[in-house]
Design a binder for this molecule. Structure first.
Ligand code: NAD
Length: 347
């Protein structure tokens, strides 16, 4: 039942929201406010069914709780999904203002921002109804450089755990996706002397990185199984499936993409094959941390310090996984849950 699912996943509150004249149907999932108001984006997507949308909202909001807790942010986890119907064109003003009114009624328990299918202009529309929104046009700036820096720190920590040294000079990195994060990560890795194999479904992007950094272009279908020391998924979620886990030749997987494991069992399968997986929930927290500038008034130096510290969190998670005999993904979740329990106990 829905209630069993909620209980199993630990959600505090899930709202089904509708404003039919506005063409608005949405789910706002508040997973946890233990560490602070639930922070999470609003996505606008077409779903095959209402159940699929609900599962997405539940899974993503819990992921935000873990990501924020592991990043040391004093915010909780939430997510909103607006169900995109077939009706076109969308009246975005009515849609997002309706969404803003629902958020306003939550009185600050949920703070939203941009996500898949939404833009800074949509956030401005939400802002007309509530101040509990971030990521307005001209605010904050692009999180990608911070995400790329955090992923680099995660790779270095993985290397330290695996090979006893952060040194990446001479290591080969297979990079999937040369977009906002992947492109910058490639430049950072090149600067540290790593050899790069790159792939992108947009061949121009891969060629651009190759030309700038002397990387070798690999067909997108082959990047997860090329001979490399490190595989860095920076494109899509769900890339670590049965086939990828079997064919992977890298010793470390660390990248920016969200939800890289298709299912939790793939984390165990990687561990069984002796591949060190750095959980994305820790590795890609740079973007979330950069939001601390708007949320808490952190200086650039403070954001930098916290993004650099992703290294320490990764090491801690990997050490926990090794000592408790569990996958790094499970260790990361346990560490996040321990932080939530500590906070709850402190009142
Ligand atoms: P992006 O859209 O700028 O780049 C993604 C790139 O991957 C594009 O160049 C695209 O052509 C390529 N791509 C798509 N499918 C591919 C495939 N099958 N094989 C190879 N390349 C493929 O996105 P981004 O902002 O760089 O984010 C990359 C990933 O990191 C996403 O999963 C995103 O959710 C995640 N992430 C990003 C941030 C951030 O700050 N931008 C923060 C946290 C997580």
């Amino acid at each position: 039942s829905v209630f069993d699912t909620l209980a199993a996943m630990g959600h505090e509150q899930v709202l089904l929201c509708a404003d039919e004249p506005a063409g608005y149907r949405a789910i706002i999932a508040i997973h946890s406010t233990t560490l602070g108001p639930a922070l999470g984006g609003t996505r606008l997507l077409g779903y095959a069914s209402d159940e699929e949308a609900l599962v997405d909202a539940l899974r993503l909001s819990r992921g935000m709780t873990y990501k924020n807790a592991l990043a040391g942010m004093h915010v909780g986890g939430g997510k909103a999904v607006i169900l995109r119907s077939g009706a076109e064109p969308l009246d975005r003003e009515r849609l997002f203002r309706a969404h803003g009114r629902f958020i306003e009624r939550l009185g600050g328990r949920f703070i939203t921002g941009e996500d898949v299918g939404t833009t800074p202009a949509d956030m401005e529309l939400i802002r007309r109804e509530t101040r509990h929104v971030k990521g307005l046009a001209g605010e904050g700036g692009d999180p990608s450089p911070w995400t790329a820096r955090g992923v680099l720190r995660a790779i270095q920590a993985g290397a330290r755990h695996r090979w006893g040294s952060d040194e990446l000079a001479g290591r080969t990195v297979a990079l999937q996706g040369c977009g906002s994060v992947g492109g910058r990560l490639a430049a950072e890795l090149h600067r540290l002397g790593a050899r790069l194999l790159v792939a992108d479904v947009d061949p121009d992007r891969a060629r651009h990185v190759a030309a700038e950094l002397g990387a070798t272009v690999v067909p997108p279908g082959a990047i997860a199984s090329v001979q490399a020391d490190i595989f860095a998924p920076c494109a899509l979620g769900g890339v670590l499936d049965d086939r990828a886990v079997q064919e992977l030749r890298a010793e470390i997987v660390a990248g920016a993409a969200n939800n890289q494991l298709l299912e939790p069992r793939h984390g165990d399968a990687l561990a069984a094959r002796g591949v060190l997986y750095v959980p994305d929930v820790v590795a890609n927290a740079g973007g979330v941390l950069s939001g601390g500038a708007d949320l808490f008034g952190w200086t650039r130096a403070e954001v930098h310090r916290r993004v650099q510290a992703i290294y320490d969190t990764v090491l801690r998670v990997l050490e926990m996984a090794a000592s408790e005999g569990v996958s790094p993904q499970l260790a990361a979740e346990r560490l996040a849950e321990a932080r939530l329990r500590e906070r709850a106990a402190a009142g």
